[in-house]
Design a protein around this ligand. Structure first.
Ligand code: NAD
Length: 350
């Protein structure tokens, strides 16, 4: 299998394979672009069916981090790492330490953090072997809460700020009072986002496949509960996907009634043409990797001298970035996600 000619290769600076026969580690580190600084991106552990699947995933994710970090104004490029294996069955301290040594051999061109299948305690084991790890500290976060490396509060604040920017642009309003928002997924980010929106006077429609999560939101915020399968079609002003990817797809797009799509989930558009269709129908889409960058801003700050007030300012600046994206998109008559990619490329290719 050729890596250099892989369809997702996209000019990666380096792709390294790591193997440790004692712990059974099989891992890949991909560094897409370091023009703005060392590659920063999480470590994912997943039971990939094949090495080819893992390679495709790490290349896509690493490239995505270059765009995300550039748009978040971070002094970091894009990188990502994957461990091939089932976290429930194959994760051991020896494996995490072997991964730490693998990361250490990259000599700082890749800095790791949390992702699917990897928790903060795992990172703390990994950190016994390398200093190139972030998102493991305990401190006060941007909302005054105690941070334990969990990026969700910062992500939720960024999404809230991004929704305000989208409302300014699409509805010419500065406040959210009386607007309705459908939140799909009430996990670490979605529930906190619901809190911000409720406080700002928005009315909420929520769904989650976990009944306890919807009960909690109904009691705390007076949220109306919608069916998890059909929440996208609710007659609301804003649809906020905060669960899984590909929320905007062939099935959901025709029934969408919201004027704005703005949420935390990664890869909300199943395919690029779904973004073009949103644009054609006059539905404003806040590009996912721009609006959900609060977490990486927070984790990136933990790599240096953490300053909670500064992190908060940077997370709030997601609103300014989206203002720019929406303005340029309006002027060019093109979808916001196309403009966001272009702005990111200007930054990391400058
Ligand atoms: P989480 O796992 O804490 O929460 C996800 C929630 O979605 C869970 O409550 C789950 O029950 C629910 N869910 C799953 N399938 C659903 C469905 N079909 N309909 C309704 N609800 C469903 O995850 P999170 O940390 O809150 O992240 C949410 C999304 O935001 C994910 O896509 C994640 O990749 C993305 N994201 C998160 C962060 C972060 O800082 N946590 C940063 C960037 C992006």
């Amino acid at each position: 299998m050729s890596i250099l000619e892989h369809p997702e290769f996209d000019g990666h600076e380096q792709v390294c394979f790591g193997h440790d026969p004692v712990s059974g580690l099989r891992a890949i580190i991909a560094v897409h672009n370091t023009r703005l600084g060392p590659g920063l991106g999480g470590l994912r552990m997943w039971p990939y069916e094949s090495e080819a699947e893992a390679i495709t995933d790490v290349l896509r994710l690493s490239r995505g981090m270059t765009y995300k970090n550039a748009m978040a104004g971070l002094a970091h490029g894009g990188g990502k790492a994957v461990i091939i294996g089932d976290p429930a069955r194959h994760k051991t301290p020896a494996l995490m330490r072997a991964m730490g040594r693998f990361i250490d051999r990259q000599a700082g061109c890749y800095i790791t953090a949390e992702d699917s299948g990897i928790s903060v305690p795992d990172l703390q084991v990994l950190a016994q072997e390398t200093r190139f790890v972030t998102g493991v500290m305990t401190a006060e976060g941007p909302d005054g809460e105690v941070l334990t490396g969990d990026p969700s509060p910062a992500t939720a604040l960024g999404v809230f700020t991004g929704i305000r920017a989208a409302v300014r642009h699409a509805l010419q309003r500065d406040d959210l009072r009386g607007l309705s928002v459908a939140i799909q997924g009430l996990g670490s980010v979605g529930y906190r986002l619901a809190g911000h929106l409720h406080e700002a006077g928005a009315s909420l429609v929520v769904s989650d496949i976990n009944p306890a999560a919807v009960d909690r939101a109904r009691e705390a915020f007076g949220a109306r509960v919608a069916d998890a399968d059909t929440i996208y079609g609710e007659a609301v002003d804003i649809y906020a996907p905060c669960a899984m990817g590909a929320a905007i797809n062939d099935r959901t797009l025709p029934g969408l009634q919201a004027r704005i799509v703005a949420g935390a989930a990664n890869n909300q558009l199943q395919r690029p043409e779904h973004g073009r269709e949103l644009h054609r129908r006059g539905i404003l889409y806040a590009p996912d990797y721009v609006i959900n960058a609060g977490g990486v801003i927070d984790v990136g700050a933990q790599w240096g001298d953490y300053d909670a007030a500064q992190v908060r300012q940077r997370v709030l600046a997601i609103g300014d970035t989206l203002d720019q994206v929406f303005r340029e998109a309006g002027e060019a008559g093109e979808p916001p996600e196309v403009i966001a990619d272009r702005i990111a490329e200007r930054r990391f290719r400058a």
